[in-house]
Design a protein around this ligand. Structure first.
Ligand SMILES: Cc1ncc(C[n+]2csc(CCOP(=O)(O)OP(=O)(O)O)c2C)c(N)n1
Ligand SMILES: [Mg+2]
Length: 242
């Protein structure tokens, strides 16, 4: 098998814009599945709703495309009913950290052995670029024309307080780092969360001055620094609260 066997090319071309960080992240996940010698029978992907949430249908394995915000809850049920199954959630910031936040916190608290991959573009991309709970203070979007007046949710610090949780932050421009931390997350015994920072050049590009995937990658390389552990919000690295 190769990583391509985990991707459903029958459905290509995919719905994502060319050069979008979501498909880059999906590819890295498929590469990790291959490196870990997973078969189509022992790994399953669960997604919620959104551009990122559409990934479930593009993995060539048994996957679940759930309702908005419910991916982690469905994934926990899947894991509890099939203990030998490797369960990976692949969804967006709005889905996991907005409408679905309660599931995330409680599944993490229960220490369920699964991995959540969150593609964080700081907005609701699929619906046209509205303000998300991850959008930074001052952010101008279609629903915050005068700029957001509140701080974003800080998922790292929320999860950091939960015993046994593995957290990693990476970016869609740091390919080797992304693969490395996804692999570490899956190998972690217990709950793991991998946050992949990116930007949506289609819905947010005008605000950020980014026109395509190449410009997004360049911006992310300038914005983020790979470190051993996560300290600052612009650090890419790992935090293991074992
Ligand atoms: C219950 C419910 N509320 C709202 C929506 C509309 N909706 C669809 S996708 C989405 C936001 C998704 O944002 P995110 O998870 O960040 O995904 P992205 O598109 O940015 O990858 C919203 C609010 C919905 N489908 N269902
Ligand atoms: Mg989003």
């Amino acid at each position: 098998m190769t990583f391509k066997d985990f991707i459903n090319y029958d459905k290509f071309p995919p719905l994502w814009c060319g050069g979008c960080g979501i498909i880059i992240a999906m590819n890295q996940v498929a590469k990790v599945f291959d490196e870990m010698n997973f078969s189509k029978d022992n790994v399953s992907v669960v997604s919620g709703i959104g551009c990122t949430g559409r990934a479930a249908g593009y993995f060539a394995l048994d996957s679940v495309h759930t309702c908005h915000g419910r991916a982690v809850a469905v994934a926990e049920g899947l894991k509890r009913g099939n203990n030998d199954m490797n369960v990976l959630v692949f969804s967006g910031d709005g889905d996991l950290l907005g409408i679905g936040l309660q599931h995330l916190i409680h599944t993490a608290r229960r220490g369920v052995d699964m991995t959540v991959v969150c593609v964080n573009n700081n907005i609701y991309a699929m619906t046209g670029g509205q303000l998300a709970p991850t959008s930074c203070k001052g952010k101008v979007t279609v629903t915050s024309p005068h700029g957001s007046d509140c701080e974003p949710i800080d998922v790292f610090n929320l999860l950091k307080g939960i015993k046994g949780v593995f957290y990693a932050r990476t970016s869609s421009a740091h390919l080797d780092h992304m693969k490395e931390v996804i692999s570490k997350g899956i190998k972690h015994k217990g709950f793991s969360f991998v946050e992949i920072r990116t930007h949506c050049f289609t819905n947010d590009g005008a605000q950020l001055g980014l026109k395509n995937g190449g410009e997004v990658a360049k911006a992310l390389k300038e914005e983020y620094v790979v470190k051993d552990s996560v300290g600052d919000d612009k650090d890419l690295g790992v935090y293991d609260n074992d």
